[in-house]
Ligand binder design. Structure first.
Ligand SMILES: [Zn+2]
Ligand SMILES: [Zn+2]
Length: 102
């Protein structure tokens, strides 16, 4: 008999969880109506390591080490409706310390 009470209790608990998740789901569309506005743009550089490239000088093939830098662009958005922010990070460009074709 005691075992059945535990089982029943577990079923009730699980149904309570699923009901609350349904409520949470129906709550979402309302919250998705944001009023996102661009708040600011920020750039920062990330070390992309080095790589070797070859070039010709006076008919001699030479090797040189090039430093790669990734420029990361972070756009921050602000929603005044719910007073929260979100950011979008994109790779703006990849810079090489030396100009080379290969
Ligand atoms: Zn919002
Ligand atoms: Zn390079």
């Amino acid at each position: 008999m005691k075992k059945w009470i535990i089982v029943l209790g577990t079923v009730l608990l699980l149904s309570t969880i699923s009901i609350s998740s349904i409520y949470a789901a129906t709550d979402t569309p309302e919250k998705s109506h944001h009023n996102w506005a661009e708040y600011g743009v920020d750039y920062h550089e990330v070390d992309g390591g080095t790589h070797e490239y070859s070039y010709w000088k006076n008919f001699i093939k030479r090797n040189r080490t090039c430093q790669i830098t990734h420029v990361i662009k972070t756009i921050t958005f602000y929603c005044d409706k719910h007073d929260h922010t979100r950011s979008n990070t994109v790779l703006e460009k990849t810079k090489h310390s030396h100009h080379h074709s290969n």
